[in-house]
Write a protein that binds this ligand. Structure first.
Ligand code: NDP
Length: 306
């Protein structure tokens, strides 16, 4: 029997509608809109598309977005100066620096400079530390989106064998960390997994992946995960986004996975939309946190009828 498709796009719509309601409540309570500032350095076409998608998503739920474009020749210090300015701007709740940065700008230095309270991507070491201790301030967008999707399909991770392929700071590592916790924001049934984290130096990758009840591929290798690597009945989450010719494909051979798995995420329309959606949730969370930190700032931003 063919697997069921995990409809990330549909789940995203559902979550965004919930976020919109929560944003409206925030606006009613505080008289201001949450604000997300995106820093876009250079001319990478994919980055431009990603930032535009984020702006549109903000508009859909009532979050205000700012776009800070910087030239492709910007140095680390140039980008740092912009980040510092946004850190100090009481209007701005969330800051995202769109990656990758041009070679001459050091992304690590820049990301480390973002105020942890405005770090809506959850990349700052302070926020990563909190995640690793199981008391997150913000959850990283892609792993959080995946957990939200599992939850909404009634798929539990507790007691399951989970294999994550890829150990990046953005996806693989935080994903593994979150699922191995004793508890999660979404309940213990969405934590407590036995997690194996694989990477390019893993020997005999297929021997590990085929044991996984839940297989999460985040490698950036088109159609790499084949039928033989998937346990019959497994849940397969494909994070990869790879351009092959004029098509976007994932890290998983989708057609093959559909013949053996119980659930599969498509690419596009799977994890991607959820990543943007969780960024909106984090921006709202940042706005709330900043109200708690200094409730007297930022009054009267919204004019009547605005
Ligand atoms: P990185 O390039 O930072 O990391 C890739 C990881 O995959 C590395 O840990 C690497 O191992 C591992 N890897 C590469 N080749 C192999 C292999 N043959 N066998 C086993 N492991 C391998 O990528 P990201 O985590 O940033 O992104 C991964 C993919 O997910 C990309 O396609 C990206 O576009 C996509 N992505 C999608 C998002 C979404 O919203 N859907 C969000 C973010 C990313 P090693 O560490 O040893 O080099």
């Amino acid at each position: 029997m063919a697997a069921e498709i995990l409809d990330g796009k549909g789940i995203s719509k559902q979550i965004q509608s919930e976020t919109k309601t929560k944003v409206a409540q925030f606006v009613t309570q505080f008289g201001i809109k949450p604000v997300l500032a995106a820093v876009l350095v250079g001319d990478d076409p994919a980055s431009h598309v990603y930032v535009r998608n984020k702006e549109r998503a903000c508009a859909r739920v009532g979050i205000e977005s700012q776009l800070h474009r910087m030239s492709s020749s910007s140095s680390t210090d140039d980008v740092l100066a912009r980040v510092m300015q946004l850190n100090d701007d009481p209007i701005v709740n969330g800051i995202l620096v769109q990656l990758p940065l041009p070679d001459q700008a050091d992304a690590r230095v820049v990301l480390d400079a973002i105020d942890p309270l405005k770090d809506v991507d959850a990349f700052h070491p302070h926020n990563v530390g909190l995640i690793s201790q199981g008391r997150p301030r913000f959850l990283p967008c892609t792993p959080h989106g995946i957990v939200q999707m599992l939850k909404r399909y009634g798929i539990q991770t507790a007691g399951k064998q989970v294999c994550v392929i890829g150990r990046s700071d953005i996806v693989g590592k935080p994903m593994a960390m979150m699922l191995a916790q004793r508890d999660s924001e979404l309940g213990p049934e969405l934590a407590n997994a036995t997690v194996t984290l694989c990477h390019s130096r893993t020997t005999d990758l297929a021997r590990t992946t085929v044991q996984a009840d839940i297989l999460i591929a985040a490698m950036g290798r088109p159609n790499f995960v084949t039928c033989e690597m998937i346990k019959p009945g497994a849940v397969v989450v494909d994070v990869g986004i790879n351009r092959v010719g004029d098509r976007l494909v994932g890290d998983v051979d989708f057609d093959a996975a559909m013949t053996i798995a119980s659930y599969v995420t498509p690419v596009p329309g799977g994890v991607g939309p959820l990543t943007v959606t969780m960024l909106l949730e984090n921006t709202l969370m940042a706005a709330k946190l900043q109200r708690m930190e200094s409730p007297s700032i930022r009054t009267s931003r919204i004019q009547p009828n605005a």
